[in-house]
Ligand binder design. Structure first.
Ligand code: GTP
Length: 320
């Protein structure tokens, strides 16, 4: 167990603001769909301006539906960052695909994000074939325009628009911020009249504990991606606000084998200490409070096939 305190930080937990009651408010949901690595998390972060989803160089890092909330004028745009849509193999993967598509069917607009450099590869084609089933306004977003020449972009936009009737096409670089402002405004304009669905200052409705778990998972990945590719998960067991304004957080890191447990702990617990330190700093930032983080490591075999796990992660069971 690691208790990693930061006594220099005396932040206080955030207070909820009352909901807006202005009559001209608009609010709605936008689903982001794309193959792994298209840049969904980067775009979500660029649009929201706060770190709400974890960006990684590896594919399939997004294991849960994480939402970001964009405030643009009187409009509130709630972004649903769908897990990558790809050919399902394991039960967990099938649940993720199901979840991604049901997120799209409920949205006020569906954005297909395509890595412009890769273009319409087989994975994108699979989505394009299924997209017409979703009877919602569709928007095409070509990302990573910093990596390809303009002529190829226009060509790609034309080809994709022939396959699916997109109402709008945007060309952006989520990484560099190009085109983000225009996209944000366009999404805001599409939102139906509605009271705001979330307090104005709430940037993410992903429970903080889930976000905290993702942060720790990212720190494990940063240090151990060679030794522990995908096979670990983190759960926040306890999130307790204390009278002094600090938060006590307990998390469990699940691995599949005893040998992996030793890797996470490291020699004399050095590795888990470093993971805990890095995670605690970042969790403190998002929680806006001093954080005491306690990490446990447990072995749990075959977690990826355990239905209870993906229910906890906010994923639904596939019906088919
Ligand atoms: N050059 C360039 N790279 C980008 C851009 N947007 C995203 N990337 C990079 O592409 C990689 C994948 O981005 P992510 O945002 O993690 O992709 P994702 O679609 O959320 O991936 P999953 O979580 O696996 O579904 C990262 O290395 C990003 O830095 C862009 O506009 N330009």
């Amino acid at each position: 167990m690691v208790d990693d305190r930061d006594d220099a930080d005396d932040g206080k937990p955030q207070e909820m603001q009352p909901e807006a009651r202005r009559e001209d408010t608009r609010a709605g949901f936008v689903a982001l769909i794309g193959v792994p690595n298209a840049g969904k998390s980067t775009l979500l972060n660029a649009l929201v301006g706060t770190k709400v989803s974890i960006v990684s160089r590896k594919v399939q890092t997004t294991r849960a539906l994480v939402r970001g909330i964009v405030m643009e004028g009187a409009a509130q745009v709630i972004l649903v960052d769908t897990p990558g849509i790809f050919a399902p193999k394991r039960r967990l993967d099938r649940a993720m695909v199901h979840s991604a598509w049901s997120g799209a069917a409920d949205a006020d607009a569906v954005c297909l994000l395509v890595d412009a450099r890769k273009g319409a590869d087989e994975e994108v084609e699979t989505i394009l074939r299924r997209l017409p089933e979703v009877k919602r306004p569709k928007i095409l977003i070509l990302n990573k325009i910093d990596l390809i020449p303009r002529e190829r972009l226009l060509e790609l936009a034309a080809t994709l628009n022939q396959q699916v009737p997109f109402e709008d096409t945007f060309m952006i670089s989520a990484l560099k911020g190009d085109g983000i402002e225009r996209l944000r405004q366009a999404l805001a304009e599409r939102m139906p009249p509605s009271p705001w669905l979330y307090p104005e200052d709430q940037v993410s409705d992903a429970p903080l504990r889930m976000l905290a778990a993702e942060i720790t998972r990212e720190k494990i990945y940063d240090r151990l991606h060679e030794e522990l590719p995908y096979r670990s998960t983190v759960e926040t067991d306890q999130w307790q606000a204390r009278p002094d304004g600090s938060v006590r957080i307990e998390q469990t890191i699940f691995v599949e084998r005893e040998s992996q447990r030793s890797i996470v702990l490291g020699k004399n617990g050095q590795t888990i200490k470093a993971i805990g330190q890095a995670a605690r700093i970042e969790i403190s930032e998002v929680a806006e409070a001093k954080v005491h983080l306690f990490l446990h490591v447990k072995v749990r075999e075959n977690w990826a096939d355990d239905p209870a796990r993906y229910r906890e992660m906010g994923l639904e069971f596939p019906t088919g």
